[in-house]
Design a binder for this molecule. Structure first.
Ligand SMILES: Cc1cc2nc3c(=O)[nH]c(=O)nc-3n(C[C@H](O)[C@H](O)[C@H](O)COP(=O)(O)OP(=O)(O)OC[C@H]3O[C@@H](n4cnc5c(N)ncnc54)[C@H](O)[C@@H]3O)c2cc1C
Length: 280
């Protein structure tokens, strides 16, 4: 099983997520789309569950052993400009690299995403967004591996909603459409958005971004702040004093600490829906 595929068995999951929390698990590092396909075949044959990992910036791993096999897509990291002038990025491309590419080649519109520590695949799956924008606004089509078959799905056939898509299977690549502008203007805009992010979010601490989704007109961070919960700690996990929508890991937080803090917030603020993906 998983022959000639790079892997780490009994890996420390802390090293594979921005929360820096987690126990142990098996991680596979396919270097191309064919290896991803082969891994899925092996999983099916051996009745193994798998979890697709981007940059781990929206996940909470368990403290113990993760029974699912993790497929880490970060080696799928090619970006190119197509003949039609669109941008094709593989799922494992990190947003920092993607934004650098857009800046250098004068493609504008995506500056708002600068600083989100995601991959293209993760951002697309989650329909990530900020400052009133969403990644789905710029997508033309998505390449997906599902039931052993690779196919491109047009944007109009995908349901994107707030921090959600109905994409099934593994995203292998995404094609985008952007406007052309002067690189200096793009760099300036990127810096502007990154500065706001660093000023308003606990960017220097380990976290997985906003823990809860917004709903109706309600903003969880404001509700948590109003409930007087800013700065409340359980073990090594703390509700950020800078942005109450974030839970930060002060260094030795466990998954249980974070889940207990989430439980406390829900008890005090009502039944908020988690944005972060909690793995057991
Ligand atoms: C400091 C900080 C700031 C953040 N700011 C924002 C923000 O402004 N806006 C925002 O929307 N989010 C934000 N986030 C959250 C996070 O970055 C996003 O949810 C992001 O989209 C997750 O991308 P990822 O590659 O890290 O995915 P992961 O966390 O690795 O995975 C997230 C989900 O996507 C799935 N997935 C990943 N890759 C694929 C793939 N190729 N195919 C199918 N499914 C896949 C996973 O299985 C999982 O269910 C922030 C996080 C941090 C730590």
């Amino acid at each position: 099983m998983f022959e000639n595929i790079a892997k780490e068995i009994n890996a420390n999951l802390k090293n594979f997520c921005t929360f820096k929390i987690g126990g142990r698990g098996t991680i596979l590092f396919p270097k191309n789309q064919f290896e991803v396909k082969r891994i899925l075949n092996d999983c099916k044959k051996n009745c193994l569950d798998f979890f697709t990992l981007g940059n781990g910036s929206n996940v909470l791993f368990p403290d113990g052993e993760l029974k699912k096999v993790i497929i880490d897509l970060r080696k799928l990291n090619n970006i190119k400009i197509t003949k039609q002038g669109t941008i094709m990025a593989e799922a494992g491309v990190r947003l920092f690299a993607f934004n650098k590419f857009l800046e250098q080649n004068g493609f504008a519109g995506f500056e708002w995403s600068y600083g989100i520590p995601a991959t293209i695949g993760g951002l697309t799956f989650m329909n990530g967004g900020a400052f009133g924008e969403e990644v789905s606004n710029y997508i033309k089509k998505v390449k997906v591996l599902k039931n052993g078959k690779i196919s491109w799905i047009n944007r109009k056939n995908i349901d994107f909603s707030y921090r959600k898509s109905n994409i099934e299977g593994i995203i292998l690549a995404v094609e985008f459409k952007f406007k052309k502008t002067d690189s200096r203007i793009i760099a300036e805009e990127q810096r502007k958005f990154f500065d706001i992010r660093k000023k308003t979010q606990p960017y220097d601490k380990f976290s997985a971004g906003s823990v809860f989704k917004r709903f109706d007109d309600k903003i969880p961070a404001i509700m948590i702040d109003k409930a007087g919960l800013k700065g409340v700690k359980i073990g090594g996990a703390e509700i950020s004093t800078k942005h109450a929508g974030f839970i930060v890991n002060n260094g030795d937080a466990t998954s249980k600490d974070v889940k207990d803090l989430i439980g406390l917030i829900k008890k005090r603020c009502g039944n908020l829906e988690c944005e972060i993906i909690i793995l057991e």
